[in-house]
Design a protein around this ligand. Structure first.
Ligand code: PMP
Length: 290
């Protein structure tokens, strides 16, 4: 495995950046988590686009063109020797002094790692997740847009800790209005009477690449998809519920806050979408854009 830092490749042991990097000091930077299957990267352009949009919002100038970034991610995957895996693409603010001021940082650090990730144990895909609503709210857009995939993930980490401490598999996060936002690292969907529901971007979510793909698939299946102000009541009374994310793919949820959802087993729409998602991953042509 070779790790990319600013155009050069290093062994894992030698891949190092400064302890004065504001990515470390303040979580000042942006990142992406991207999957590849059979050497083919899933929706790379969409991930890179989101990365550049996150960077634009935090006034971080990525020192690479979009096309060069795509090329370099592909090269890193090639050099990993892996057929299937997960890419962590990071752009930090770079080395600066110990004050907050990001404008003291000269050179953003672009880091690309291609490795393996396992998010949930395999058996949970067959049995479904037990999710609880956690006290920590999703960061309000007025404070920091959750559309920015920033290196500061403490909001989500707090939520994840609360779920684990309570013995649950995953955390459901509400927004400041009491509506459902998303889970600690995944978007959420419900199915009721053969229609699909998910919170919209204005609920304060990261707009997931997997989420977009699942909406497309559901619509192709003739299912109506609605972006709604989702309450917990909607989830308690849904026929099915599932989460989406690059690492998680599509994972069924069978319980929220002690309420069994639908039959208490992964539902037929969830299963169909997961099958079709796996097919999409295999068949969708890889991006060639520059
Ligand atoms: N929400 C959050 C908070 C996330 O961190 C992620 C990515 N792990 C997602 C949703 C899902 O996004 P994607 O499908 O692009 O991986």
């Amino acid at each position: 495995m070779k790790i990319y830092i600013n155009g050069k490749f290093y062994s894992k042991e030698d891949a190092k950046i400064s302890v004065y990097d504001h990515g470390l000091l303040y979580g000042d930077g942006v990142f992406e988590g991207i999957t590849f299957y059979n050497g083919k990267i899933f929706r790379l352009a969409q991930h890179i686009r989101r990365l550049y949009e996150s960077a634009q919002t935090i006034m971080l100038k990525i020192p690479l063109s979009f096309g060069k970034m795509i090329e370099d991610v592909k090269k890193t995957v090639e050099l990993s020797g892996l057929k299937n895996g997960y890419i962590r693409l990071i752009v930090t603010r770079g080395e600066g002094n110990l004050g907050l001021n990001p404008f003291t940082c000269q050179q953003p650090q672009v880091i690309i790692i291609a490795d393996k990730i396992a998010l949930y144990p395999k058996e949970l895909y067959a049995t479904g997740l037990n999710v609880i609503t956690v006290p920590t709210l999703r960061t309000p857009s007025e404070a920091m847009s959750p559309r920015v995939k920033s290196l500061n993930y403490l909001n989500n980490i707090m939520a994840k800790m609360e779920a684990i401490n309570a013995g649950a598999d995953e955390a459901l996060m509400l927004n400041a209005n009491g509506f459902v936002a998303e889970c600690a690292g995944d978007n959420i969907f419900t199915v009721k009477d053969n229609a699909v529901y998910t919170p919209g971007p204005s609920a304060g979510i990261l707009k997931g690449v997997t989420r977009d793909a699942v909406i497309e698939l559901a619509e192709k299946n003739g299912l109506m998809v609605y972006e709604i102000d989702m309450s917990r009541h909607d989830i308690y009374n849904a026929d099915e519920c599932f989460l989406t994310g690059s690492a998680a793919e599509i994972v069924p949820v069978i319980k929220l806050d002690g309420r069994t959802i639908g039959s208490g087993k992964p539902g037929p729409v969830t299963k169909t979408l997961l099958e079709q998602f796996k097919k999409l991953i295999e068949t969708e042509p890889e991006v060639v854009c520059k």
